[in-house]
Ligand binder design. Structure first.
Ligand code: CP
Length: 298
């Protein structure tokens, strides 16, 4: 059987995404019930982290452990990647030793090259273009609370970066209506936006959240943009998600944030703990969706 990669949400069909979310729901129930399920005994995941992580690393490492397998952490400082061993060679070497690889880094192109040369499945654990693992957790969280996301209205408020791009892919795959509000100069790539009729730019945060069933935001300075923080703080100020903004959405709207959050910037301090916020559950669902993904790809 040909290996499958998960480099963007477009690598899975809508039916497969729905299957992964349903399976994550089942795995969550099994884990909460204390049921052991170890189908990945003897399997090893290599985790390559070129950028920092809390949730992604803990979810993959814990997930492999719970599924009976093993995970190895690699970063440029402690591996030959940092000394210039080519991506192509690393992909072929790891394919000889482990069963699956996840990569977090700032180059989707390198990730694609790695996947091309690897004979084992490769998972995008966040690049500068996409964060598909986070979307699986977000879709699970919405589905657990509100049922199918198809036909729902989703507002993405903030930086038109990797999370926004993955929401555009998810809108295309799952048939929800995505309204995107970003400051001038921080909007998503027009070509990506034009890839679906389900995602549209609007003029303000207020317009985006109007009648939204789900409001999503992300940090204003993602990893790699820290030097631009001062300029970004000024540009993004009208795009803060706070109670006043959230009150414009539907009365039972949900608030999500992939975390880590900068309280007082993209989200007000109080809104993180508002009853409409499901950010902690969303973070926890990273574990269950990534377990479903590992099980599916292996
Ligand atoms: N949301 C997310 O990917 O969190 P980490 O950066 O902590 O992995």
């Amino acid at each position: 059987m040909a290996k499958r990669d998960f480099l963007t949400l477009l690598d899975t069909s809508p039916e497969e995404i729905q299957f992964l979310v349903q399976r994550a729901h089942e795995l969550k129930a099994m884990q909460k019930a204390g049921e052991l399920w170890e189908p990945l005994r003897g399997k090893t995941l290599a985790m390559i982290f070129g950028l920092s992580s809390t949730r992604t690393r803990v979810a993959f490492e814990t997930g492999m452990h719970q599924l009976g397998g093993h995970a190895i952490f690699l970063n440029p400082d402690s591996s030959q990647l940092g000394r210039g061993e080519p991506v192509e060679d690393t992909a072929r070497v790891l394919s000889e030793m482990v069963d699956i690889v996840m990569i977090r880094g700032d180059s989707q192109a390198d990730m694609n090259t790695f996947a091309h040369y690897a004979s084992i499945p490769v998972i995008n654990a966040m690049s500068e273009l996409y964060h598909p693992c986070q979307l699986l957790a977000d879709i699970q969280t919405f589905t657990d609370h509100r049922g199918s996301i198809e036909g729902a209205t989703v507002a993405f408020v903030g930086d038109g970066y990797n999370m926004c791009n993955s929401y555009i892919n998810a809108a295309a795959q799952l048939g929800f209506n995505l309204k995107i509000a970003c400051p001038e100069g921080y909007q998503p790539d027009p070509e990506r936006l034009a890839s679906t009729n389900n995602a549209n730019l609007v003029d303000s945060a207020e317009e985006a959240v109007e009648k939204a069933d789900l409001v999503v935001t992300d940090v204003w300075s993602s990893m790699g943009h820290e030097e631009e923080t001062a300029a970004r703080l000024a540009a993004f100020a009208p795009f803060q998600v706070n109670r006043k903004l959230l009150d414009l959405a539907t009365k039972d709207t949900l608030l999500m944030h992939c975390l880590p959050a900068h309280r007082g910037e993209e989200v007000s301090d109080d809104v993180m703990d508002d009853p409409r916020s499901v950010v902690w559950e969303e973070a926890g669902n990273r574990l269950h969706t990534q377990k479903a993904l590992l099980e599916f790809l292996l």
